[in-house]
Write a protein of this length. Structure first.
Ligand SMILES: Cc1cc2nc3c(=O)[nH]c(=O)nc-3n(C[C@H](O)[C@H](O)[C@H](O)COP(=O)(O)OP(=O)(O)OC[C@H]3O[C@@H](n4cnc5c(N)ncnc54)[C@H](O)[C@@H]3O)c2cc1C
Length: 391
C-alpha cells in the first residue's frame, strides 16, 4: 500500500483535504495534473468572496462559521494572511429576493450586520450608484480570500506534515476493490486504502456513470481601472454582490492599488472539454459587464484592462456533492461547487478528512449528500441575451 488515503486533484478542495488528513496523522498521497496553485480551473484571479449571511441558504451558515475558524487555523500554520474581513455588501431591491434571502440567514443565526436604506447607503458607499428602490445589507463577517496562495499553502502544509503530492501527473483511472483502490497515472499504478476524488471540472471523466452530472461552466473575471484607487481600497470598499435590473455581479476591493475586479456571478458558456477551457474574450459577455460597470460603478472606467476565464462544475440544484459515492466502495467525492465553494474549502477538507478517517463528521454537510442528485432535473440555463434584455 502506498498510502492510507489518495487525493485525486490537488486544487481547491483537494489541497484542503490533503492538509486536513495530514494534520490528523494520516498518510496521504495526492495527485495533481498541473501543480497546486495553478489557475486553469476553479481557483485563480487573486480574490474570492467570503461571506456568512448566505443568500444560497441559511443551512450553510454553521458550515461557513466553521470555515472561518479553519481559515484562521491555516493562516496560523502557514504564517500568511489568507482571509481579510473587510465586510460584504449585498445590494438589491429593498423588497427583492437577494436581500430577503440574506436577511433570512441573518435572522436564523443572529449574524452581525447593518441594513442601509437608499440614503444611508448612498452616503456611506458613494462608489455604488443606486437605482430607485435599492438598499444594502452589510454582512460584517465577510471579506476576501487569496485563492492561489491559499491552495499553495494548504498543499505546502500537507507536505510539511508528511503528505506526498505527485505533480504534473494526470490520473487516468481509479479502480476500487475489496482491499483498496488502484490509482493509475501515465507513469505507474499506485495503491491506497481509500480515495477522495476532488477533480473539479474533470470529475465525471474519472468516475464515469458514478459521479453526479456536472454542467461545467466558464466564468469570466474582468478588472477595471479606478479613477481614484483610494476610494476602492479594502477599508473603504467592501466586497459586494449586486442583483439589480437583470444584472447579477460581484466585486472586490482593489488589490493592486490601481484596478478593481468586477465579475458576473454566473457562467454563460458551457465548457465541453475542460482540457480546452477557452480563455478568450467574449463580446456578448463583455458588453454585459461593461454596461453594468458603466451604470452602477461610476468611479471605474467601463472598459476592462484585464480579462481572465476560469471554470467550475455546477450540479442540478447548484449545491455541491460531498460524501461517499453511492454504489462505489472506498470512494469519497467533493465536486459541483457551483461557483460558490471557495469560501468553505477548509471546512469541506475537514469534513472529508473526518469522513475518511472516522467514517462520520459533525460538520453540517448533510444537505450536500451526493445521493440527492439522482434523477434531479436541471434548471433552464441563463443566457447573456436574456440578461441584457432584462437590464
Ligand atoms: C471565476 C470564479 C469565481 C468564483 N468566485 C467565488 C467566490 O467569490 N467565492 C467562493 O466561495 N467561490 C467562488 N468560486 C467557486 C470556487 O472557486 C470553486 O467552487 C472552487 O474553486 C472549486 O474547487 P474544486 O476543488 O472543486 O476544483 P479545482 O480548484 O478546479 O480543483 C480540481 C483540481 O483537480 C485537478 N485534476 C483534475 N483532473 C485530474 C486528474 N485526472 N489527475 C490529477 N489532477 C486532476 C485539476 O487540475 C484541479 O487542480 C468561483 C469560481 C470561479 C471559477
Amino acid at each position: 500500500m502506498d498510502a492510507e488515503f489518495g487525493v485525486v486533484g490537488v486544487g481547491t478542495m483537494g489541497a484542503m483535504t490533503a492538509w486536513q488528513l495530514a494534520r490528523r496523522g494520516a498518510s496521504v498521497l495526492g495527485f495533481e495534473q498541473f501543480a497546486p496553485g495553478h489557475d486553469r480551473s476553479g481557483a485563480g484571479g487573486e480574490t474570492r468572496i467570503f461571506r456568512t449571511a448566505y443568500l444560497e441558504g441559511a443551512e450553510y451558515v454553521p458550515l461557513l462559521l466553521a470555515a472561518q475558524r479553519e481559515w484562521r487555523d491555516l493562516e496560523a500554520e502557514c504564517g500568511d494572511a489568507l482571509l481579510t474581513m473587510n465586510g460584504g455588501l449585498m445590494i438589491g431591491d429593498a423588497e427583492g429576493g437577494l436581500l430577503r434571502s440574506v436577511l433570512a440567514s441573518i435572522a436564523a443565526h443572529d449574524l452581525p450586520h447593518d441594513v442601509l436604506d437608499a440614503d444611508r447607503a448612498a452616503a456611506r458607499y458613494p462608489q455604488h450608484r443606486l437605482r430607485p428602490g435599492e438598499a444594502m445589507v452589510l454582512d460584517h463577517q465577510a471579506g476576501y480570500l487569496r485563492p492561489e496562495l491559499a491552495v499553495l499553502m494548504a498543499a505546502q502544509r500537507a507536505e510539511e506534515l508528511g503528505a506526498r503530492i505527485v505533480r504534473h501527473e494526470p490520473v487516468v483511472a481509479i479502480a476500487p476493490d475489496d482491499d483498496g483502490v488502484t490509482i493509475t497515472t501515465a507513469g505507474r499504478s499506485w495503491r491506497v486504502g481509500e480515495v477522495v476524488v476532488s477533480a473539479g471540472a474533470w470529475t465525471q471523466r474519472l468516475l464515469p456513470g458514478a459521479a453526479p452530472d456536472l454542467d461545467v461552466q466558464r466564468l469570466v473575471m474582468t478588472w477595471f481601472a479606478a479613477r481614484d484607487p483610494a476610494a476602492f481600497s479594502a477599508d473603504r470598499f467592501p466586497v459586494f454582490i449586486r442583483h439589480t435590473g437583470g444584472y447579477d455581479i460581484s466585486g472586490w476591493p482593489s488589490i493592486d492599488g490601481a484596478s478593481v475586479k468586477v465579475a458576473v456571478n454566473y457562467g454563460y458558456d458551457r465548457v465541453g472539454d475542460p482540457d480546452r477551457l477557452d480563455r478568450g474574450v467574449d463580446d456578448g459577455l463583455l458588453r454585459l459587464i461593461r454596461s453594468a460597470v458603466g451604470e452602477l460603478l461610476p468611479g471605474l472606467v467601463p472598459e476592462p484592462v484585464r480579462v481572465s476565464a476560469y471554470m467550475d462544475g455546477y450540479t442540478a440544484d447548484h449545491h455541491a456533492a460531498l460524501g461517499r459515492v453511492p454504489g462505489v466502495p472506498r470512494t469519497l467525492i467533493a465536486c459541483g461547487f457551483s461557483g460558490h465553494g471557495f469560501k468553505m474549502a477548509p471546512a469541506i477538507g475537514k469534513a472529508l478528512a473526518e469522513l475518511a478517517v472516522q467514517g462520520s463528521t459533525d460538520l453540517p454537510v448533510g444537505h450536500l449528500d451526493p445521493g440527492r442528485l439522482r434523477d434531479r432535473e436541471r434548471p433552464a440555463r441563463r443566457t447573456v441575451a436574456a440578461e441584457l434584455a432584462a437590464a
